[in-house]
Design a protein around this ligand. Sequence first.
Ligand code: NAD
Length: 267
Amino acid sequence: MFSDLMKGKRGVIMGVANEASIAWSISKQLIDQGATLAFTYPNEAIQTRLISLANTFQPDAQIVKCDVLKEDDVPKAFATISDHWGAGVDFVLHSIAFSDKSQLSGRYSETTRENFINTMIISCFSFTEVCREASKIMPDGGSILSLSYLGANRVVPNYNTMGVAKAALESSVRYLAADLGVQKIRVNAISAGAVRTAASSGIGDFHCIMSWNKNNSPLRRNVEAHELGMAGLYMLSDLSSAVTGEIHYVDCGCNIIAMKATSQQPD
Ligand code: NAD
């Protein structure tokens, strides 16, 4: 379809935990198009998996520690990456979220102060911090992308505090796009349809979300990981050069539906 779209471009990928990660699907598309990637990880268990995954495509990939809950990790990680390359970066993917599994079921009103704060820092504030630090090493402008979900604007059972964090994340995308536009840095999010990953498996009754989408989305199916990969490539490349501050749904149209398909209604 395209070739060498990302040739000569360097980017930072945050959020590959394993082969099922949305960040990995996007990474594969970027690598196919000639990008050079650096990856971040929050802990040693993920570091080990990431090294073997990244090496299959890019043996010399930089792999740098960054637990976004720790106050200094984000600035340190971006400084380390640009020092190592001796150059700036062209794009950043933020594909990070966390909420305590015990609170991804039941009532939102029962969320604890501790879980609320951690969920907001990891899933929302970290994006603001990433944009601030990345913008210092993007002298030629570029593209920064995060991942959101429909639970930001509608109630999805069990999504709870994560939905509140995604709403704040989506608002952050708009404010950050306005701040960084003068530096020719674009800031967007993809609102992804449900796909089975380590993070999504922690959401109560996740299989019900998958089957509701399959039965009721306009395309009558769930989104596939490689389709999120292609959408990520669009957002991080010059294909979307006039797009910023946007929440782009890649969900087989699920977000437009307000009522069950009539073929699914009980008699
Ligand atoms: P995943 O589990 O593969 O990725 C989540 C990532 O967050 C992991 O790599 C994990 O290491 C990272 N992370 C968690 N805490 C961290 C911390 N303190 N510091 C740094 N990194 C940390 O799952 P995924 O589904 O690929 O999730 C990626 C993004 O996509 C998330 O923002 C998620 O909310 C979003 N999303 C997922 C779906 C879905 O159905 N899977 C749908 C819409 C949006």
